[in-house]
Design a protein around this ligand. Structure first.
Ligand code: HEM
Length: 108
């Protein structure tokens, strides 16, 4: 997991979904530089892990990709482009390798 240092919000904040307006990180740290900072989730198996975004407000992957294009890339993606991106995201499907956790200490 990584944090996006680019604020996860479009310049048109009035139309940004709630998930882009509230950063839990900021709520915890109260640091101004964390205000629009969100954890960037990995996209492995993203086709199987709906609903999307930190608050699970978006049910369809098509909509999640459309919002990403608009808010993060400032682009109005066409349906064709969205379908092409989803075809790519399908290539990220797979079974994660087994990880032995028996010997790990519980986190405190
Ligand atoms: C075409 C390009 C992109 C695609 C297809 C894409 C796709 C996605 C998807 C499907 C999610 C939801 C993941 C989930 O909830 O499991 C997501 C979340 C996210 N993406 Fe992107 N993304 C793109 C570009 C970007 C860019 C350029 C940035 C930042 C500079 C970015 C930052 C984020 C962040 C911060 C989240 C989490 C938002 C939240 O949980 O509310 N993405 N992305």
């Amino acid at each position: 997991m990584d944090y996006s240092r680019r604020p996860a919000i479009s310049k048109d904040r009035s139309t940004a979904p709630l998930s882009y307006r509230r950063s839990r990180r900021y709520e915890v740290t109260q640091k101004e530089e964390d205000r629009f900072i969100f954890k960037v989730p990995m996209l492995r198996n993203v086709t199987r892990t709906a609903p999307y975004f930190n608050d699970g407000k978006v049910a369809a992957l098509e909509e999640a990709v459309r919002l990403m294009g608009w808010h993060q890339l400032d682009r109005h993606l066409t349906s064709r482009e969205i379908q092409d991106i989803i075809a790519f995201l399908r290539t990220l499907e797979g079974n994660p390798p087994f990880v032995e956790t028996r010997h790990l200490r519980p986190s405190s």
